[in-house]
Design a protein. Sequence first.
Lengths: 417, 331, 188
Amino acid sequence: MREQIEGSRAVAHTVARCRPEVICAYPISPQTHIVEELSRLVKTGELAPCEFVNVESEYAAMSVGIGASATGARTYTATASQGLLYMTEALYNASGLGLPIVMTVANRAIGAPINIWNDHGDSMSQRDSGWIQLYAEDNQEAVDLHVQAFRLAEELSLPVMVCMDGFVLTHAVEPIDVPEAGPVDAFLPPYEPRQVLDPDEPVSIGAMVGPEVFTEVRYLAHARQMRALELIPEVAAEFSAAFGRTAGGLVRPYRCEDAETIVVALGSVLGTIKDVVDELRDAGTRIGVLGVTSFRPFPLEEVRAALGHAARVVVLERALAVGIGGIVAANVRMALSGIHLHGYTVIAGLGGRAITKASLHRLFADAIADELEPLTFLDLDRALVERELHRGRTERRPGPSAENMMRDLGPTATGIG
Amino acid sequence: MPTQPIKFYQTGSFAVGNRLLGPDQRSVQADMQRTNSLNSGHRACQGCGEALGARYALDAAMRATGNQMIAVNATGCLEVFSTPYPETSWQVPWLHSLFGNAPAVASGVAAALKVKGRTDVRVVGQGGDGGTVDIGFACLSGMFERNDDVLFICYDNEAYMNTGVQRSGATPPAARTMTSQAVGDEPGNVFGQGKNVPLIAMAHEIPYVATATVAELRDLEAKVRRAMEFRGARYLHVFVPCPLGWGSAPHDTIKVARLAKESGLFPVFEAEHGEVTAVSPIRRPVPVEEYLRLQARYAHLFADPPRTETIARIQAIADRNIRKFGLVEPS
Amino acid sequence: MYAVRIHGRGGQGVVTAAELLSVAAFGEGRHAQAFPTFGSERTGAPVAAFCRIGDRPIRAREPVTEPDAVLVQDATLLHQVAVFAGLREHGCVLINSTRDAGALGLAGLSARLVTVPATDLAQRHLGRPLPNAALLGGFCALSGQVAIASLCAAIRARFSGRVAEGNAAAATAAYEKVRDGLLEAADA
């Protein structure tokens, strides 16, 4: 049903329609509204049968999930930022054991310094954990991806992370068509585990594996994600047929066919970028944007096909690989191996800094004029940074950088953006 | 007709009793129909207290649950020596996840069984002291606080054994480990606060808490059986000597365990909802020295000159336990 | 596309206000998007929320930097936060206050500015000093973007019982007050 509803609540209702049997959750901004709503649905009996386990940490959340999934229960949890990191060991364990857990990551920056606002640092840090990673462009897609996620996870026996921008999507109220129970039931068959703890057929799960076969086990994990490259578009197509709208898939090109300049991005910033692309197109600029929906597995072929003909590619990402530069950019570069074009990496929106249309217009103009550095930090306050660098060079004990710069910035009442 | 009660004593490592009892009163292990949950062929050291304890505990659990049981194991000796890929010694459904999360994983298994209406299937979580007292402590407490339907068994050999004998939160004072070496002014582990997890479990007021040793295996079986009569969080702390880590003779494992109890260093008791309900009395208290001398991890206390003060401090701990728990029957 | 920015303090229902406005617009068959600036939960801290209303799907995710309308739920913010930053020329402003623009030192503002005693109205109709619904009611009259009936429907969907009726009554009272004030000014 189409309603004007907060993203988190829509996700909660959709997850409920997917009939999870065990939900284990630990609160962390900005995921709280999702698990609060799910706990309400379980408590009232609207979502039943379902065990809602209030765990004592995110590590426990994923661990309870592992136990539940291994026992054959459809399992769900949600987290963000520090919480995702706290469960890192368990993330690898879940994917290594092939457990089809679905988890929402309400994308949020990672500290220090502590920051509760949106960027992709958290999920990007876990890109090698073996989880499938899908990024939602808007709240409708966030909702739809969860339905697809359970299906993908259970068919592949791999856990799936649905990434939605914290606050920007989770706390936004917009028109969302929350899938009804009937169509979801038709789309999601009951969970049939590949392996399960059952006294009638005892198995040992979680053995130690030595050098003699570890490589093969890891190869199979990779092979499964390669299989996911085929399955993700299949599931998306099936979803589209069943629900009548586009969601999911590997990549989503927008006005790229004859574009000279193509921007690449993930998540909600795509909406803002599309507005800018339309305005530039109206002015005659041949520009397009490629949204990457599936970051893991990374769709090398599809990205290459979409970008290969462009003269320049601007990868705009909300994450940073300290010491080298862009994360998404590096993956994109791999896709473009052998193809010569101008490639620019733009680090934007870290820690919740707004990515504005005005900034994007300036940025794209510079890109088109090929006046961009290979690596750009969008809207960087150079003066502030220089002052702190100078402090570091000249003072024996300069103090903590973050606090120094905050002080330089002056008292900040609610900034707009 | 006059009758006289005759007490049977266990001496050395020979268990007296099975032969003189009716079949239904014998230990589970004496039964040819036992499930052999932890089957032979595992790679444990000779004299491993943990293997002995786990075998008895899990077969007793299977008996008590009608063979409807799932086991969750923390990383550690028990997990490593029982599942050398591609073989497994486990004949029960068994899951190993991580080092610090066994209680949480067990909670997850219990939640799944509950939602599927399989409340006939019970869950046993198990791990060593490292995985329970230290890295698994938060998860253990969470499981207690939620009163999840799990029996968690800690096999306490008082150090991180599988990684090469390093000190854990359960390592007793003065014990030698690789990270509390027998050198310097205060050789061996320092006299710290300790972490009495059975008492902490009692503080959570969970339905059932008990301690046991591998010297009294019938008692261990009985406690597992008793634990399975309850629903909710239950905790069993089992004292299991490690010949390799402790430097004790493999054939002394049961003897060392008995001396730990008889000296008062390891109180054996049961508790329900935070209150002690039964205590296994010490028939003849032995001085701690008798227990310490059997283990090379305490050898530095008996060097030349002996560390009598340290031994006295350890004796004081034992005496305090005896007093606190009322371990010695008034004659 | 019409953009609204609402300023207030934590605990005054600023976020709910933006949400209600978006639901009201949705109810009229339009596209709407509402979201707050975000921070850890803290009563009394300055908070802003945004609402965009349009006839096509709204894709932009940036904060509203050039609002067509600014609503100020707490007048003490006037000299603390740049509440009028980016305000479009001929945009409209509603301020929760018993005083008029001149008394607030805003006579020179080149916008259609109206003050609404929203807290008083809320106190009277709702029994609590939560000014958000009343200020929204005034907005309906001043901007004409959303019908008062749509706003009241959104209020009744969000709240129930006396809270719903109280909020709807406060909104309607503010709506009438502003509407009548505008008519008077037009006649003058």
